[in-house]
Each structure stands twice: as structure tokens, then as C-alpha cells.
Design a protein around this ligand. Sequence first.
Ligand code: ADP
Ligand code: MG
Length: 710
Amino acid sequence: MAIPNSLDTGIGKLYGVGKVREATYARMGVYTVGDLLCHYPRGYENRGDVRLLADTPDSVKSAVVLTVATEPRVARLKNRMTLVKFKAYDESGFCEITYFNQEYLKNVFPIGSEFRFYGKVQRTKNGYAMSSPVYEPIGDTELAPLFPVYPLTEGLTQKQIAKDMRSALTIAQYTDGGEDPLPEHIRAKYSLCVRSFAQKQIHAPDSFSSLAAARKRLIFDELLTFALGVSMSGTKTAPTPAVPCPDTDISALERLLPYELTDAQKRVIADVKRDMSHDVAMNRMVVGDVGCGKTVCAAAAIYIAVKNGRQAALMAPTEILALQHYGDLKELLGKLGVRVELLVGSLTAAQKRKVHSLLASGEADVVIGTQALLSEGVELARAGLVVADEQHRFGVGQRAVLAEKNALSHMLVMSATPIPRSLALAIYGNLDVSRIDTLPPGRQRVDTFAVDESYRARLNAFIAKQIESGGQVYIVCPAVEDRLEDDADILMGDIDGEGRIKDGTPLKSAVGLATELAEIFPQYSVDFLHGKMKSKEKDSVMRRFCDGATKILVSTTVIEVGVNVPEACLMIVENADRFGLSQLHQLRGRVGRGKRKSYCVLVSDAINVEGRAKERLMTMKSCYDGFEIAEKDLVMRGPGDFLRGSGDDTVRQSGGVKFKLAEVCDDASLMRSAFDEAKELLSASPALEKYPALCREVNKMFTLQKGTVN
Ligand code: ADP
Ligand code: MG
């Protein structure tokens, strides 16, 4: 077979990849050999960590090197099953090894030969036992210390992907003549390895240190591509026309509010008034801490649109948030004669049709909904304004669809992620930004504590105390489920910049902790929530918590989104050192929204070790201003947390661009360097004419993912 010599070769051309697997790969966005090479492992099996049988831990996989002691014997069972069994040993004992239905293995293990076995080691009466371990003969060539574990999709196994990856790496090796897209001087400046080396090492690392080098290079590439893309797109978008809304008197609305607008809110509304009165579309983002009162700014914009004879649409990321807005805005704007309708996925088909026709006829002035607003059949007769709440939950693509569907509309987006000014410019270069930097008066501060595991019992008592007095509790965990059986031993994010494994307090998982707490507190209802659940399930879990039926909600960061639960008064964050400061601040903002005195407890053993992690957690105790925290986060951690966007466990996105590796990077200086170099490259070559390879990568990152929906 002739070896295809280009990374653009279709994945279906790989030996052994048929139509079915080709389609499976397509579902993961893998179409070419080059795409496959960019499908990075999510972690590794630590097969190089060889132990004696006696030193292997219970219930997790480990690697042992054993010598075969007895001839493999085949046993036939009733249901046509066959077993191959033999004994092997190391200096600490004997181990019985069994394989099922692989009779040919009887010839693979001659007495006296040595193998590295990888699997769970069980204790038995006579020693040890392993069932169907992975085996590799010890020979002249050194065995790889780390074995990649890939993200999978249905219909694809680790074995298949590993095999295809080997073919892809072979092809890459023959294509090696291709130039490194990164200019030599940048590579030298940051001591980055060459691309081809990085690509090989990320899939088949020779050592931890070469893996670290590979990761650094590939992360830098992603960040640079991203930085180039946003800087280029930020300057290019031309202003679009819109219907002007010159009547901007909202005093009637202001009179209805039970409070006085803060100066910051007044400033934002003044910006909006000025923008909307022009015949050029407003393209404005309102950024402000959780609870600072962004909704009323949206209400003002909506009121202005309606006063000028236009319709408005407000899109929220979840059904529950849409309902909350619908309730609030219907009441407020209803008093001004504005007709507000709701459009969410859970309506019946007939209800949806009714809303569609009210919008198309122009009888309804305002529609509030979820992504359902993007579906076909939703046509506004006189569209004038679109609002996207919690915009970081939507991809660039979705926002674009909303705008395209509603031509001649003004656009207002709201975000609670207080992005530092410098970064906002880079990421949202084409949006004008208004910041709300003060909270409404009389807000109580959420007292924040950082504790370690030794406080667990006291913490549980504190949970009980809050619930007994009528409060509700949020607990946020970094992981969805306890590590699954087939999981990698080491996740990509567990490896630090020098190739060391970060020391592992095991991560608390939402499902695991919820189960534990349900046992500790049988008298309270405990529930869990995570991003892998269907949105209907998520909504109903969230609704039960809002209604007060659930007392303890254990969740991943999906609860970040701006839902208001006034009785929630305690936020506990597990493995708090794993979160970015801005993310912690967002989470803290989930409590203290009612009259109850509220608390935030950050649980992390990192408080016992002097270092960056401790410093960050201490910042949370002393600092309560989202923008200040964001700036500190940028300094301490780099822009990763902001680029990452939603922070949901299943989503890596930043305005729609997904990172493969960059989110695991906590090297602030590398991140800033990428932004600096992008600036430099673009000043020398504004459209990247001089760097065609980089240009291709930018186009790929931004166009391929344009329509990506989280
Ligand atoms: P967010 O910015 O997180 O979307 P909201 O708009 O939901 O915040 O506002 C949070 C709460 O603050 C709401 O209950 C709202 O009524 C109240 N609020 C907003 N502005 C003011 C104000 N100027 N004075 C007092 N309360 C306010
Ligand atoms: Mg809000």
C-alpha cells in the first residue's frame, strides 16, 4: 500500500478505517489525518510506574513486571467460554493470571519469559490474581511509560483509536518535511520544541519531560492561534445598519421600579440610549458582577425598542433562567402595556405555534426564551432588539444566528464574567463594553472561609444548622463522577509544566458526594446536577431546588448561571484550588441573594502549603470585587479561565472557540506571551500573508467551529 503523504488525507483512507468508523470520527469533528493528530489524549495510563505485587494499591490499576512460572492451561466452561490461566511471579509473590475467550494466548506466555502486566491486582488466599490484564513483553526496546487514553464517542474503542493514531503518526513522520508553522525566533524565545516532535510525544510520550515539552508547545500554538484570530476578527467586522430608536425616555419605567438605579446602571442605560438612537446597530456588552442589576438595563433597552414600535427578543441559556426573566419582565413591562411572551422547549407544539403567530403578526412586543428562539418558525414582524443574557454560555455561532435572524436589530449582551479590560478588548474586540462596577446598596457580603479536610465534621454540622433554620446549601465539585474503571490514571490536567504529576487530593465528584451526603443526612433531600445530564433533567433538578424541595444541591459548575434562589445561604466549593478565582467569585454570588446571612466555604488541603494555590484562596477571603478578582486572576493564572468561558465540566469554549489543551494550562506567563506575540506578528503582517501556515490554522480554528453549539 502506498503511504498517503499529506495530513489532509481523508481519515477514511487510513488502513482499516471503513465507512462506519469514518462517520464515527466525523461526529467528533475528525475528518482528516491532521484532525486525528489533534485529537489529544485526555489522560494516560501510568504503566511506567511499576510496582511489586505486594505494593499495588487495591481497586486501582497498576503495572507489575512478572516472570511466567507455569505453562498456560486452557479450561473450557459450559457456555462455550474458554479460560487461559497461568501463574507468574515477582519477588513479593505469585499471581494467577486469567484471560477469557482468547485461547490463542496459551502460546504467548512461555515459562521464564517476562511481561509487564497492567490491570487491577486482587488479593487472594494464595497470593494475588489479575483478570485480563494488558500485557507487553519485556524485550530490548524500552516500554513506553505512558499509554494514551482518548476521549471516545459511541462506536469507537481505545484500541481502534490507538491503532489509527499509530497510522496517522507514521504518515506525519513521512510528511515531516513540512515546515513548522511557528517562526523560529518565537520558538527559540520561549524554548518551544518543534511541532512534529510535540505531535508525536503527546500521543506516545517517551517520558514525562518530553510530554511536558510537547504540551507546552501545543498549548502555546492554541493560544497563539486564538490570540491571532480574535485580534484579526475584532478589527474587521463592519458596522451593520439598524432601525434607529430615537424615543429613549424611560421615566415611566423608572417610576415603576421599587428602587433607585445605581449610578453604574444609569451610565449603562445612557450608553444603550445613545447606541439605540443611531441607525447603526448597537453591539454592546454589559459586564457586571452577579447581582449587580443587569436585568433592569435589559428591561430599559427592551422598553426603548417597544416604545419605538419595534419588537425585542431576550435569549437566556437555560429554561429556568428564561422563566425567571419572563416572570419579572412580564410584571414590570406589563404595567406599561407591553405584551411579553415566553418561548421555551417545554411548551407544547400548539403553545409554540401560538407564540410564533403572535410574533409574526406583531401582536406580541417581546419574546423571552431559550435557544428555542433560534429555531425555524420564529420570525419577528418588526425586530428591533435582541438581548443575550449570560452570553458566555452561548457560542459565537448562536449569537450570530440570533443577530442574523433579526436583521436591522440592535444587540445587547450581558455577562457576569468580569473580564479584565485588557482581555475584553482582545476577546470581544468588536463589542462595546459597559461595566457595572457597583452593587446596589445594602447588599450583605458573603463571608468566606478556607478550610481543609479536617473540618469535614464541623462543616457537616454547619450544613445541618443552615438547613434547620430554613436555608439551602449548594456544594460544587470539580468532577462529575468518581473515576470510572477504564479511566486514565493521570488526567492531562494532572501533569504540571515540568512533567510532574500534581499531587493528588482525589477530586470530589458531584455524584459521589451527593450519595455520601444522602447517607449522612437521610432527613434532608439531596440532589445532584451536572453538565452531562439532559437539559430537561437539569431544569427539573434546578426547579426543585428553587422551590425549596431540595435542601442540598451537589453540582459541578453548571450552577454558575444566574439563577436566583433567595434561601440559598451556604456555598461550599470542594477542591477549591482547582477553580479559577473568577469562577469561585461567580459561585459565591449564587448565595446571599436573599435576606439570609450567607457564607462561602472553600475546602482545600492546599491551604496547608505555602504557594500560589494558597495565595489564591486567601485572595477570596479578602476580596469581594469581581473586577479586582478578575485582574488578580489574570496576573496569577493567565487568561485561561476567561477564555474557557462557561466553566462547565463538559464545555471548553470561549465565545465559541474550543480549546483542546489550553484549558489545562496554568502558566500565566506563557499565556500572556502568546497574546504579545500575536500582536507583534500582526503588526508585521496584518493579514498574516507572511505566515501562511499560521493563517491556515487561524482560519481553521475560527471557521470550523463557528457554528459550534455548546
Ligand atoms: P444580575 O446582574 O446578576 O443579572 P439582577 O438583574 O438579577 O442581577 O439583579 C439582582 C437583584 O438586584 C434583583 O433582585 C434586582 O431587583 C435587584 N436590583 C437591581 N438593581 C437594583 C438597585 N439599583 N437597587 C436595589 N436593588 C436592585
Ligand atoms: Mg442576570
